[in-house]
Design a protein around this ligand. Structure first.
Ligand code: GLN
Ligand code: ZN
Length: 761
C-alpha cells in the first residue's frame, strides 16, 4: 500500500500561540515552564490534526522553539565559545542567546533559507568540536510516539546541508564532516533504540548546483550513516527543486532506504525518473502537493503524476508527500471567514493539504473510482472560481499583450537625463536623504488600530497622518536634509499597503507564516489580474510636497518585491504577473509626476532574494525582473528622477542587472559589509548615482560624524564625487526618534564637511 507522509508542519500555532508565548517569556512575563507548556500544546495540536486526517507517517522534531537549524546546532553542540563554557546539554538561555544575542555575545547570523521567506541561524564551524548536546529529537520522538500510539518519523537536517549552510570552516570540509558524522551516528542509534523505524534526513542543498567535491562529501556522509549498525531506515529528503543528472546518479546509489523528491516545482525530477527509472530497493517520496503555495491541488493532475511514478515504482513503495515541509503555509483556510467563498474554496493551507494527501493516497491504492466524489468536487472548485471571481481582466491582458520595447525604455539615456535633472534640482554635492520610513511610534500604531476598529473616523485618522507628515517634513528641513520623504506613517508593511489597494489581490486575517523565531508574516495572495482602481499614494505625497520647497520623494514598492513577498497565482507565468503589477505602478508613477513630484523611489529589496536556486536560471529571472522594474519606472520625462533602494550589499552577482534597471539613483545597504560592496564597483564601472548606506539602521547606536565621513571617503575611492549620495542603510521605521534624529544630524554634518573639502556648498 502507498502511504501518506508529511515532511514538517507549521509550528507557530493556529492562533500564533508560540509567537505570543515566546514574547511573553522574553519580556519576563512568564517562565520557562509556561513557554514549554505552550510548545507542547502546539506540537500536540499538529500531531492530532495529522492523525485525524489519516496521515500515515507523521513527523516529529519538525517543531522548533525558534529555528530548526538552531536546533541542529544544539544537537551537535556547535555552540560558539562566546556563549560561555560548554554545557552538557544546551540550556534554553544559551539557545535564545544564540538566536538573539546577549551583551558581549552577538547572535548567530540570520539569513534567508534557500529561496523562501524563512530565515535560519547560520552554524559556525570554528568553535568546539561536535558532540551530542541536546535530547530534543529523542524527547520529541517519545512524546509523539506516545501520543500517536505508533512510531513518529523524526526529521533531521542532514549533515551535508548543515555543513554547507554553515560558515567559518577552519579546516577542510571533509574533516568537519567526519566530526559531524560520528554525532549523527549516535543520534541514529539512539532513535533506533527508542523505536524509530524511519528518519527523514533533509538535504535541500542537493537542489542547488553542487561541485564534484561536494557530491563526494554526500557519498561519504551517507556511506558512514548507512553503515551505522542499528539505525532507523533513512528517507533522504530533497525539496525546493529538482536534482540534476550528477546528483540523481549519486543519490540513487546511496545506502539509504528512501529518496524524497519535489514533483511540483519544475519538471526536472520527472524527466530524470523517466530517463533513469528508480532503484528497486528504495521508497519513493513523491512530492505531489505544493508546500510552497496556497492553491488547492488539481487532484487529476497530481494523480497523473503519481500514476506515472507508479510505472517505475511499485505502489507499496510510494509515499504521497507534500513537496516540502508545510512550514511555509498558514495553518487553516477555514479561519478566513471574510474571503469570498469561491476564493476560499480555491485555497489550501496546511490543514487542507493533509486532506489532499489522504485522498491521493487512497486513489493510488484503490484506483480513481474510489475518489470520484472528491474529483468531481475538486473540478467544481476551479470551475466556480473562474466564473465567480474577477480573475481575468481583459483590459489588463490587452495592455500586457500590446507592450513594445519602448514601454521598457526611458526617452533618453542616463547621461542626458543626468544633465537635465542637475539643472532642475540644483542639489549640492553629496546630497543627503533617507530611505523612506520614519519611526512608527506607539501613537501611530494606536491610531491605526483605532481606525481599523472603527473607533477613529477616516477624517480623524487622515488628519492625524497629515500631522505626522507635517512634523517629519519640518524636522527634516530643520536638520538640513536635501531630499525629503513623507515618512510612510500610513503603511504597516511596504507590500501589504499596495496589495490592499490593488485589484487581483486579497489579504488574509490569519494567514500567518513564520519568518524566523517569533516573527511572522502574512503574505498577500494574488489570485487575479492586477489593476489599480485609483491612485494609491498621490494624495499623501502631494500633501508632503506642498509643505516644503525641497524635493519630496514619491515612495513605492517595486513589482518584483510585491511579487516575491506574496503567494502568487500559477495559471499564468510569474513574469506576466510582475508586468501586471508593473503597469499598475507605472500609472502611479505617472500620476505622481503629474502631481509635480520630481523624484520617485521604487524599492526593490526583494529583487536579489528572488534569484533561482540554480545559476542556470538566473539569467531568465533577472531578465524579466529588470524588465518589470523598467516597465514601472520608464514612463516619465527626462527631468523626473527615478530612485531605487535595495537592502543587501552582496552586489557582485547582480551588478549588471542593477545597472540595467536604469534608475537614476540607487541607495543600498553598505555599512555592515566592510567594503565588500565597493569591490563590485571596482571591477564594474558603475556610472549612475549611488547612496551606499552610511549607517546601520538595525542598531541603536548613533554613528559619529567621523565614522560617516570615513565611510564616504572609502566610497570616493571608487566613485566620482558627483555620483555619491548620503543616506542610511535602510528605512527608519523600527528605530526610536531619539536615535534617528541625532544620527541624521551627524550624517548631514559629515556631508557638509566633505563638501567643504571639495570647495562647494
Ligand atoms: N522605503 C522603505 C522604508 O524606508 C524601504 C524598506 C526596505 O527596504 N525594506 O521603510
Ligand atoms: Zn532597505
Amino acid at each position: 500500500m502507498a502511504r501518506s507522509s508529511v515532511l514538517g508542519y507549521p509550528r507557530i500555532g493556529k492562533r500564533r500561540d508560540l509567537k505570543r508565548a515566546l514574547e511573553r517569556y522574553w519580556a519576563g512575563e512568564s517562565d520557562e515552564a509556561a513557554l514549554l507548556q505552550t510548545a507542547r500544546s502546539v506540537r500536540r495540536a499538529a500531531w492530532e490534526v495529522q492523525r485525524e486526517a489519516g496521515i500515515d507517517l507523521i513527523p516529529c522534531n519538525d517543531f522548533s522553539l525558534y529555528d530548526h537549524v538552531l536546533d541542529t546546532i544544539c544537537l551537535l553542540g556547535l555552540v560558539p565559545e562566546r556563549f560561555g563554557p560548554p554545557e552538557p546539554e544546551v540550556s534554553l538561555s544559551t539557545y535564545f542567546a544564540m538566536a538573539r544575542g546577549r551583551p558581549g555575545a552577538p547572535a548567530l547570523e540570520l539569513t534567508k533559507w534557500f529561496d523562501t521567506n524563512y530565515h535560519y541561524l547560520v552554524p559556525e564551524f570554528d568553535g568546539p568540536a561536535p558532540r551530542l548536546a541536546s535530547a530534543k529529537p529523542f524527547e520529541e520522538f517519545v512524546e509523539a510516539t506516545e501520543f500517536l500510539g505508533k512510531p513518529a518519523k523524526p526529521v533531521l537536517l542532514g549533515p551535508l546541508s548543515l555543513l554547507l549552510l554553515g560558515k567559518r570552516h577552519r579546516r577542510p570540509l571533509d574533516e568537519h564532516l567526519d566530526a559531524l558524522l560520528s554525532v549523527y551516528r549516535e543520534v541514529l542509534e539512539r532513535l533506533a533504540a527508542a523505536g524509530a523505524e524511519w528518519v527523514q534526513m533533509d538535504e535541500p542543498v542537493l537542489v542547488q548546483d553542487r561541485s564534484e567535491d561536494e557530491l563526494r562529501l554526500l557519498r561519504r556522509a551517507y556511506d558512514v550513516l548507512g553503515s551505522t549498525a542499528k539505525r532507523p531506515q533513512i528517507m533522504l529528503q530533497t525539496f525546493y527543486g529538482s536534482l540534476d543528472e550528477a546528483s540523481w546518479d549519486l543519490v540513487m546509489t546511496l545506502p539509504v532506504e528512501g529518496v524524497g523528491l519535489d514533483f511540483v516545482r519544475d519538471d526536472g525530477n520527472r524527466a530524470l525518473l523517466n530517463r533513469h527509472g528508480f532503484p528497486e530497493d528504495k521508497v519513493f517520496g513523491a512530492g505531489v502537493v505544493d508546500g510552497r503555495n496556497v492553491w488547492r491541488t488539481n487532484l487529476v493532475e497530481a494523480l497523473e503524476k503519481l500514476e506515472e511514478i507508479a510505472e517505475h515504482v511499485p505502489v507499496d513503495r510510494i509515499w504521497v508527500q507534500p513537496t516540502c515541509s508545510l512550514l511555509h503555509l498558514p495553518h487553516d483556510v477555514r479561519l478566513e471567514t471574510r474571503l469570498p467563498a469561491s476564493l476560499r474554496a480555491l485555497l489550501a493551507f496546511a490543514e487542507q493539504r493533509l486532506e489532499e494527501l489522504v485522498v491521493l493516497t487512497r486513489a493510488l491504492n484503490e484506483g480513481r473510482s474510489a475518489i470520484l466524489d472528491e474529483l468531481e468536487r475538486n473540478a467544481e472548485v476551479f470551475r466556480v472560481a473562474l466564473d465567480d471571481l474577477p480573475v481575468i481582466r481583459p483590459a489588463v491582458r490587452e495592455r500586457v499583450a500590446a507592450l513594445t520595447e519602448d514601454d521598457f525604455r526611458r526617452t533618453s539615456p542616463y547621461r542626458v537625463r543626468e544633465t537635465v535633472q542637475r539643472e532642475r534640482f540644483q542639489l549640492p554635492l553629496f546630497p543627503t536623504t533617507t530611505i523612506g520610513s520614519f519611526p512608527q511610534t506607539p501613537d501611530v500604531r494606536q491610531a491605526r488600530a483605532r481606525w481599523r476598529a472603527g473607533t477613529m473616523s477616516d477624517e480623524e485618522y487622515w488628519a492625524f497622518i497629515r500631522e505626522r507628515i507635517a512634523d517629519v517634513i519640518r524636522r527634516q528641513e530643520e536638520i538640513g536634509l536635501d531630499v525629503l520623504v513623507h515618512g510612510e506613517f500610513e503603511r504597516t508593511d511596504m507590500v501589504e499597503y499596495f496589495a490592499a489597494q490593488l485589484d487581483g489581490f486579497v489579504l488574509t486575517e490569519h494567514g500567518w507564516v513564520q519568518s524566523y523565531g517569533s516573527r511572522v508574516i502574512r503574505p498577500p495572495i494574488i489570485f487575479g489580474d492586477v489593476a489599480r482602481p485609483k491612485p494609491m499614494t498621490v494624495e499623501v505625497i502631494r500633501f508632503a510636497q506642498s509643505l516644503t520647497d525641497k524635493p519630496v520623494k514619491g515612495m513605492l514598492t517595486g513589482p518584483v518585491t510585491i511579487l516575491n513577498w506574496s503567494f502568487v497565482r500559477q495559471d499564468i507565468p510569474r513574469h506576466e504577473v510582475a508586468y501586471q503589477i508593473a503597469l499598475a505602478l507605472r500609472d502611479e508613477v505617472r500620476d505622481l509626476e503629474a502631481a509635480g513630484i520630481g523624484m520617485i523611489q521604487i524599492d526593490e529589496p526583494a529583487l536579489r532574494e528572488g534569484l533561482p536556486l540554480r545559476r542556470a536560471e538566473w539569467g531568465a529571472y533577472l531578465d524579466w525582473a529588470v524588465r518589470a522594474f523598467r516597465l514601472a519606472s520608464s514612463g516619465v520625462r527626462d527631468e523626473t528622477q527615478i530612485h531605487t533602494h535595495m537592502c543587501y550589499s552582496e552586489f557582485n552577482d547582480i551588478i549588471e542587472a542593477i545597472d540595467a534597471l536604469d534608475a537614476d539613483v540607487i541607495s543600498i545597504e553598505n555599512s555592515r559589509s566592510h567594503g565588500e560592496l565597493l569591490q563590485a564597483f571596482q571591477t564594474y564601472r558603475y556610472e549612475r548615482q549611488i547612496g551606499p548606506g552610511v549607517y546601520d539602521v538595525h542598531s541603536t547606536r548613533i554613528p559619529s560624524v567621523e565614522e560617516v565621513l570615513e565611510l564616504l571617503e572609502r566610497a570616493l575611492a571608487f566613485l566620482r564625487p558627483e555620483q555619491l549620495w548620503v543616506n542610511p542603510d535602510c528605512g527608519l521605521k523600527t528605530r526610536r526618534p531619539e536615535e534617528v534624529w541625532p544620527s541624521l544630524q551627524n550624517m548631514v554634518e559629515a556631508a557638509r564637511r566633505l563638501r567643504a573639502r571639495y570647495h562647494q556648498h
